[in-house]
Design a protein around this ligand. Structure first.
Ligand SMILES: [Zn+2]
Length: 263
């Protein structure tokens, strides 16, 4: 499931391939992913415009077209982008295809169709309406401390709550907790100020480093949990078997030896 590092990687890919080219058509192959707009309207409003820039907040990507129109992309469970040159066939699960004047295309593909495509006038208004928290890479230490001081629950559910901190999903929440050596089921009321600081640092480090690795599991450090998580996986720190548990409705992977509940 695409999280902040994946979406940042899509952003950089889009910026490198798809800006400043006139859009000559928008082919909606599954209107299911469209939110608040019809296929005809999407095509009508984007036609003859160019994508000029993009910005990301949490797991949302916003692409500005000239005329102050924003295309909104959310990648759901399986969404991704692919830039196609000339007559390259579109991937099988393409839901929306943006065709440019140079005969290249940008495909929004999404096998499971939990993704979202829409148009906006104002990004800030959208973020407010969704009540999204600050982006996990922009959040300040004082904001982070405030969240941990004000709420109740397990540390993992707090990290996953998009209304508190936007961008962290199941995989990177586990990775952040592994780096900070905190058990995912720890109640945040029992965390010391020092541990909250450790979590803040781990959040920034893990997300930044994952972006450097293009959010590719093959490229992240082997000392991370990510290449080892799953049945039979062993802790890269101590070699003991990793454990899993359902926390906040999601499967958490962790090392019961290296990650403690008391801090
Ligand atoms: Zn361990």
């Amino acid at each position: 499931m695409p999280e902040l590092p994946d979406v940042e990687t899509f952003k950089r890919y889009l910026d490198a391939t798809s800006l400043h080219q006139r859009i000559i058509g928008v082919d909606v192959r599954s209107a299911y992913v469209l939110k608040g707009i019809s296929a005809r309207e999407l095509a009508r409003r984007l036609k003859a415009r160019c994508f000029e820039s993009s910005c990301r907040h949490g797991k949302h990507l916003f692409v500005r077209a000239d005329g102050d129109l924003w295309l909104r992309l959310h990648f759901g469970m399986t969404g991704s982008l692919q830039y196609l040159k000339h007559q390259e066939p579109a991937p099988r699960h393409t839901r929306v295809l943006f065709a440019f004047a140079n005969a290249h295309c940008l495909a929004f593909e999404d096998q499971r169709k939990f993704g979202e495509v829409g148009l906006l006038k104002d990004v800030d208004e959208f973020l407010k309406k969704r009540a999204l928290g600050p982006d996990a890479l922009d959040i300040s230490l004082s904001q982070f401390k405030e969240i941990f001081g004000k709420h109740r629950g397990t540390v993992k559910t707090i990290l996953l709550n998009q209304k508190l901190i936007a961008g962290i999903g199941n995989i990177y929440a586990d990775e952040i907790l592994f780096r900070a050596r905190v058990h995912p089921a720890t109640q945040i009321s029992s965390l010391s100020g020092k541990t909250v600081m450790k979590l803040f640092r781990a959040t920034r480090y893990i997300l930044k480093r994952a972006i450097e690795a293009n959010a590719d599991v093959a490229l992240v450090p082997k000392s991370w949990l990510l290449p080892h998580r799953g049945k039979g996986g062993k802790c890269p720190g101590c070699g003991r078997k990793l454990r899993s548990a359902t926390i906040g409705g999601r499967t958490a992977w962790f090392c019961a030896h290296c990650q403690r509940k008391s801090h």
